[in-house]
Ligand binder design. Structure first.
Ligand SMILES: Cc1cc2nc3c(=O)[nH]c(=O)nc-3n(C[C@H](O)[C@H](O)[C@H](O)COP(=O)(O)O)c2cc1C
Ligand SMILES: Nc1ncnc2c1ncn2[C@@H]1O[C@H](COP(=O)(O)OP(=O)(O)O)[C@@H](O)[C@H]1O
Length: 326
């Protein structure tokens, strides 16, 4: 998949040259979480491209408009940072991705200018958007506006919401499930386990003494972090290129380690990998959430904590061995 980064600076100039020879079938959206509804929008754009012999593309925005405009509640992280989204678009069969750098200047581009100076010169023939898509200054543009400003040259497909268990699939619903640690529900809404990526940093060097070394993770991006507690996870140790070098199962604690640390300390994410012995400092890990095991607790003694981690590990191993047999 080809990636093209655009910003408002080249909205007016030069883009006509970038127009695809064949014309584009373009899905537009922020697509945080790339859930079943987003996947439907993107699949429809890819299907139209095949039917009409067009190049399939996704246009997305980075960072989230909320980061720039500070609207509504405080910015509370992303489900799928840009890099993860681009990987998922490619898996959906998309040929090219256009990433618009969302800044104040871009936020003031009117709906009309967005269509006439950006969409039309790109050679877009078909636009596919979700039912609630809005764009342009103050979100004034909608699917009707795309048609109107496209001057008859744009075919616009609007995809209806996807439902699961009688309610709409949405990024908000995924966030709520993560707040409850409901990993299986997140998997149903997106078709895959929730994923966090980060780099291993030094901790307090206590884990090894406890018999459970833990890789302490600094997240790469401002991800939405699931509820605190202990999880069964699958962990990929990533190469420089970001591909999986090795895969392990393990246990992850997200929390404040009340047994050792004073209240109010920073949130820590630390994973113990099963059947692994090696140096992970500075390495990047990708962690997939499989199941929530329990809430974090303050233990009266270190022995009790170690006993509990042993039982968490036994449960996680059991979960993964059942999964492997399935
Ligand atoms: C599976 C697992 C469960 C854990 N559960 C708790 C817990 O309930 N309470 C707690 O205070 N710390 C818990 N911890 C955190 C340990 O206290 C922590 O890993 C240990 O202090 C080592 O820290 P270090 O890596 O900075 O050396 C848990 C760690 C793991 C790996
Ligand atoms: N099975 C394992 N799981 C996690 N980390 C491991 C494992 N085996 C070795 N390590 C290494 O040990 C480090 C964690 O040891 P620990 O004593 O908890 O130190 P720290 O507090 O610096 O994280 C990891 O960062 C990694 O380099």
């Amino acid at each position: 998949m080809e990636r093209i980064h655009l910003s408002v600076a080249n909205v007016t100039g030069g883009l006509a040259q970038a127009a695809e020879r064949k014309g584009l079938s373009l899905a537009i959206g922020f697509f945080d979480g790339v859930h079943l509804g987003h996947q439907e929008v993107i699949r429809r754009a890819v299907a139209s491209a095949r039917e009409q012999d067009l190049v399939s593309a996704v246009m997305t925005f980075d960072p989230h408009p909320r980061v720039v405009l500070g609207h509504g509640s405080q910015y509370d992280g992303v489900l799928t940072p840009l890099e993860d989204k681009l990987g998922l678009f490619a898996e959906l069969g998309v040929d090219a991705a256009y990433v618009i750098r969302f800044d104040r200047e871009f936020s003031e581009v009117t709906a009309e200018r967005f269509v006439q100076s950006l969409i039309v010169p790109l050679g877009v023939r078909t636009v596919t958007v979700g039912f609630d898509f809005s764009f342009g200054h103050r979100g004034q543009g909608n699917a009707e506006a795309l048609k109107e400003f496209g001057g008859g040259g744009l075919q616009v497909q609007v995809v209806s919401p996807v439902f699961l268990d009688d309610s709409k699939v949405s990024s908000t619903r995924i966030r709520q499930r993560l707040e409850q640690g409901e990993c299986a529900e997140v998997k149903r809404l997106t078709g895959r386990s929730y994923l966090l990526k980060g780099t291993v940093i030094h901790g307090d060097a206590r884990g090894r003494q406890l018999g459970y070394p833990t890789a302490n993770l600094r997240l790469d991006q401002p991800y939405v972090i699931p509820r605190t507690g202990v999880y069964a996870v699958e962990i990929d140790v990533l190469s420089e290129a970001g591909t999986a070098e090795s895969r392990h199962s393990g246990v992850l604690n997200i929390g404040h380690r009340p047994t050792f640390d004073a209240p109010g300390g920073a949130l820590k994410l630390e994973a113990h990998l099963f059947d692994f012995d090696g140096d992970l400092y500075g390495r990047r890990l990708a962690m997939r959430f499989h199941s929530f095991l329990r809430a974090e607790k303050k233990f009266e003694s270190i022995d009790q904590l170690v006993e509990q981690i042993a039982s968490d590990s036994a449960r996680a191993r059991e979960i993964f061995s059942v999964k492997a047999r399935d």
